[in-house]
Design a protein around this ligand. Structure first.
Ligand SMILES: Nc1ncnc2c1ncn2[C@@H]1O[C@H](COP(=O)(O)OP(=O)(O)OP(=O)(O)O)[C@@H](O)[C@H]1O
Ligand SMILES: [Mg+2]
Length: 262
């Protein structure tokens, strides 16, 4: 099977505390994986190990069948719930920064033709997320929804193949969330992304995802709450019409192909 990302018996432990226990997961290219689970289950920890920000205590993660490099590579982009943009840089500056770091790792500055090309790419990405008219605004001058659009542009400008989202819409009003759902579905399709999104909103998990994974503890020890970690207790593969063809609020066409409760 050709998984893009493969977690093989991954454990994450902090001292005595076991957070993730023996997670086995193959993520197919082009899938949109929603991750749900109780607070503290280890959802963000799972994203951090996929991002390469943290190394699992045990187990391996393969990207294209190769062990993941320890640092966060350009193939993975990330958006957190909030505060992932730099307050002292404009929308354009924030988006350019990622490109400058990737292309000029020591100075984070590009000059001449390279800079012009980077500015054009950043502008194109800001337009794609709906911020084409806000290039020179600073985060403090933007709404929460605009800041999340900017965070998405910043993550996508490096053209990652995998986009990791940690409750990216959790702080937004319902109307703005619906716009963001349409945006992320469009970007997922247009840029052929593989998305892994953590959310607390079960409806969002099912309406956006092609697969919904529930992280939770399979065993509890009431006397030692940290003795057991969480793992994927439910893994639902969904079939749905191609994005953009269905009303985004209509979940009735979802069928569940496969439930793995191993
Ligand atoms: N650096 C760390 N050192 C020690 N414990 C940590 C560390 N990072 C996370 N933890 C612990 O790991 C557990 C899982 O945390 P994590 O943030 O992954 O949960 P989560 O599922 O994302 O929760 P939430 O839904 O509240 O965001 C928690 O008990 C947390 O306290
Ligand atoms: Mg979290």
């Amino acid at each position: 099977m050709s998984a893009l990302l493969s977690l093989r018996n991954v454990w994450v432990e902090y001292g005595e505390k076991i957070v993730l226990e023996d997670v086995k997961l193959d993520i197919a290219p082009g899938s949109f994986v929603s991750i749900i689970g109780p607070s503290g289950a280890g959802k963000s920890s799972l994203l951090r190990v996929i991002l390469g920000q943290e190394t699992p205590t045990r187990g391996t993660i393969l990207l294209d069948d190769e062990p993941l490099t320890p640092e966060c590579g350009p193939d993975r982009g990330v958006v957190f719930q909030r505060y992932s943009v730099f307050p002292h840089l404009s929308a354009l500056g924030n988006t350019l920064f990622g490109l400058e770091c990737a292309q000029a790792p020591f100075t984070a500055r590009l000059f001449g033709a390279k800079r012009r090309a980077a500015v054009a790419e950043a502008e194109e990405m800001l337009t794609a997320v709906g911020l084409g008219d806000s290039l020179h605004l600073y985060p403090a001058e933007m709404s929460g929804g605009m800041q999340q659009r900017l965070a998405i542009a910043q993550a996508l400008v490096k053209r990652p193949r995998i986009l990791l989202l940690d409750e990216p819409f959790g702080a937004l009003d319902p109307g703005i969330r619906a716009d963001m759902h349409a945006l992320i579905t469009r970007l997922w399709r247009d840029y052929s992304l593989t998305v892994v999104m953590v959310t607390h909103d079960i409806k969002e998990a099912f309406s956006l995802g092609t697969r919904v994974l529930t992280l939770d503890k399979r065993r509890h020890d009431p006397h030692a709450p940290h003795r057991f970690g969480a793992t994927a207790v439910y893994d639902l593969h969904l079939t749905k019409p191609k994005p953009g063809c269905a009303d985004k609020d209509d979940d009735s066409s979802i069928t569940i192909d496969n439930i793995n409760n191993n």
